[in-house]
Ligand binder design. Structure first.
Ligand code: GDP
Ligand code: IMO
Ligand code: MG
Length: 423
């Protein structure tokens, strides 16, 4: 038995939450392997919308186990809010939610450090979600972090104190004005830790290996997207984890040879939230329309997402580094009504035409070269049968498939679980 992966191929927000929810009925276990509450995964069904940040997107299904893996960073305060929301919808999460003891904890001071670091950067800020992701992963690799398993130790509060005190000194080191009342934040944190401790903590790599042995099916849910990967993304405007396929191995404790399908998910256009280069970004009416029709606002921060045409140079790169075996195209419905669609198929780079992603993709280094494709007029949101998809839509998908050399097996035509068409 293999572990399948579902990965975002752009700058996040591709629609991972929706598709994990759609695929969950085929899996016994859904496992998040990296990131934390910087993620916002949206699911819609039965006329209701849910946003998950740390909890895997299989949680609404009765028969699946949802595992938060060792590669994830958990903020107990945000986690508690997610649990409270599930309880409101009568989801019996205790029986189907497992947490890795090796997952690292986001402390209130990690969030403050994130804010101080961003403020100190001024114009060069990353545009972080300010959830404390960077500082928590820094403590993890710096071997200072506090882990979920530590909460089972008698002296976890002493360990917490030592780390938080160190953070306070670091905050003071940044020459910026960060206002905070740590007492209040710590009260909230300790209360949330007690809620977290009501859940089941496990040695998740052992659990997953036993599950694989006993023939259970596992889907690993990625957060963010390949272009936000700490190694392969548009550094330094990235997140602090490996969002690509290899991250699933280190974030769950499964071996490369245990990976099966790698589902790659992308929008029919491109969006990005936060700072950083974006070669196909649009600053005109077309980009505005994409944002309006696609309702492109961040699920975690509410920030307006930047919009632009599909960038096949970047997408091919993501397909390559992840070893994608099947593609899923999202939000085709948003492009209905555009006379002409543009797809970036190459970059002009230092006077030359190139088709690979270079080291520098800032506007002064690359200029996108577009291929134009005819658009479609039809509203796709009511369609369920692939044979009803308009010719121009199929031509667009066929063109992308040919360029990417991977089949597009599913297209999404609306936010609801049911607005999904298999090809
Ligand atoms: P994730 O972070 O990858 O899970 O994606 P987000 O939830 O942050 O953002 C995707 C947004 O697009 C959400 O608001 C979804 O409800 C919505 N969405 C997903 N698929 C489609 C689609 O095919 N069409 C439209 N119009 N919206 C979609
Ligand atoms: P999902 O899982 C889109 C972006 C932030 C910022 C950069 C670093 O919903 O696709 P961080 O908080 O990690 O320090 O922010 O990464 N970012 C995301 N953008 N979707 C996400 O997650 C993101 N998580 C982080 O906007 O530019
Ligand atoms: Mg999102």
């Amino acid at each position: 038995m293999a572990v399948d992966l579902l990965l975002g191929l752009q700058w996040g927000d591709e629609g991972k939450g929706k598709i994990v929810d759609v695929l969950t009925s085929q899996y016994d276990i859904i496992a998040r392997f990296q990131g934390g509450p910087n993620a916002g995964h949206t699911l819609e069904f039965d006329g209701q919308k849910h946003v998950l940040h740390t909890i895997p997107s299989g949680i609404f299904h009765d028969n699946s186990i949802n595992l938060v893996g060792n590669g994830v960073v958990i903020d107990p305060v945000i986690f508690k809010k997610e649990l409270d929301n599930l309880a409101k919808h009568n989801i019996d999460y205790k029986s189907k939610l497992l947490i890795s003891r090796k997952a690292h904890l986001i402390l209130p001071t990690h969030r403050l450090l994130d804010a101080a670091s961003e403020a100190a950067k001024g114009k060069a800020k990353i545009g972080s979600t300010l959830k404390g992701i960077g500082p928590t992963y820094m403590d993890k690799t710096g071997r200072n972090g506090l882990r979920v398993g530590d909460l089972e130790l008698e002296d976890w509060k002493d360990r917490y104190r030592a780390l938080a005190d160190k953070h306070e000194k670091m905050i003071a080191f940044y020459d910026v004005d960060v206002q905070y009342d740590l007492k209040d934040l710590e009260k909230e944190f300790c209360k949330a830790v007690e809620t977290l401790k009501e859940l089941t903590f496990i040695d998740s790599e052992e659990y997953l290996q036993q599950s694989i042995k006993s023939g259970k099916t596992i889907l690993a849910e990625g957060a963010q997207g390949s272009l936000l990967d700490i190694d392969f993304g548009t550094y330094p405007f990235v997140t602090s984890s490996n969002t690509t396929a290899a991250g699933a191995c280190t974030g769950l404790g499964v071996a490369p040879r245990q990976i099966g399908e790698a589902f790659g998910i992308f929008k029919a256009y491109t969006t990005r939230v936060g700072s950083g280069p974006f070669p196909t970004e649009l600053f005109d009416e077309v980009g505005e329309t994409m944002g309006r029709v696609g309702n492109e606002f961040g699920a975690t921060t509410g920030r307006k997402r930047r919009c632009g045409w599909l960038d096949l140079v970047a997408l091919k790169y993501a397909v390559q580094v992840n070893g994608i075996t099947q593609l899923i195209m999202m939000k085709g419905d948003v492009l209905s009504g555009f006379e002409i669609l543009k797809v970036c198929t190459a970059y002009k780079y230092k006077g030359e035409e190139i088709t690979h992603l270079p080291y520098n993709i800032e506007p002064e280094n690359v200029e996108p070269i577009y291929t134009e494709v005819k658009g479609w007029k039809e509203d796709l949101t009511k369609l369920t049968d692939p044979s009803d998809l308009p010719k121009e839509f199929n031509d667009y998908v066929d063109f992308l498939e040919k360029e990417l050399e991977v089949p597009i097996k599913m297209v999404s035509v609306g936010p609801d679980r049911k607005q999904t068409i298999n090809r």
